[in-house]
Design a protein around this ligand. Sequence first.
Ligand code: ASP
Length: 336
Amino acid sequence: MTDRYWNIDIPSIDKPGTVVVLATGGTIAGVGETGKSTVYASGQISGDDLVAAIPEIRNVANVETVQVCNINSDDITDAHWIRMAKLINVLARKENVAGFVITHGTDTMEETAYFLNLTVKTVKPVVLTGSMRPATAFSADGPMNLYQSICVASNPISCGRGVLMVFSDNVYSARSVVKSSSYSMTAMSGGTIGAIGIVRDGEVYYYETTAKTHTVNTEFDVIGIDALPKVSVVFFHADADVGMLEYAVQHSDGVVLAGAGAGEFSLAYKAVIEKLTVPLVVSTRIEDGIITQKSLMCPNTVAANNLQPQKAAVLLRLALTITKDHDELVRIFSTY
Ligand code: ASP
């Protein structure tokens, strides 16, 4: 079968318990100078070759690979997200599919994870993974992360937990996971929420479940959608130029403001924001922050709660496919 929109070959999947690997690129597929961790190009090795490099995977599950793209994750767009959600929604209906692993660059992996968490319509496990070191580095972390992801995705106890990320022995929930180091092999963190599980020698142990609505229970649907509304993120800082905000508002369907502290900004920003009619979500540039609707400086804005700005931008894009109504946006941001 060939994907109608993207011309991708989709495997027929005739073996039970198959994990489908959607390969997108990133450092896990990166190649560079032997041994080096910093000088390399992302997205060079195919998903098939990544899987073939770990023969032990064959003892865990049958694996089929779909090469969605092979790029640096900074080049991932809403078109890639929609394509992956559609592929997963089609393939998840096949009885022989046990779950999915998405290999992805770490830079924007949390955004892809959250988008899929809100749009895939399956209880089958969907697990994202990547690596901090390219395949050609000493002690590359990709093979272990990929092996552990296959173990997690093929295990029925991973069903119904929302989209997951497996990284460096930990399992994270898509909503809370954030890249918190630009170099460490433990670059992913669940913030104050923490990891929800641990992987040891192929076994996964879960300790927490997410309380937020996800996957089959969301109101978002990618059927019939080929693009998302445009949302920009504006970063507030001392003496920030209101022109940046005005530009973003003029060129976007919605704006997320990464405010200071508890979602605050200057009087100059406040004066502009109060007159805005474009949907504006207020989050904070602080990693551990919560913005509540009651604490907002401007009542015409929407609180991101504890979503990081980049995650709030994902939710706002999806929300705007349904509504622009302020009260509805408030409801959506308190639900997801
Ligand atoms: N720049 C890379 C990417 O996001 C970083 C990584 O994968 O770790 O594709």
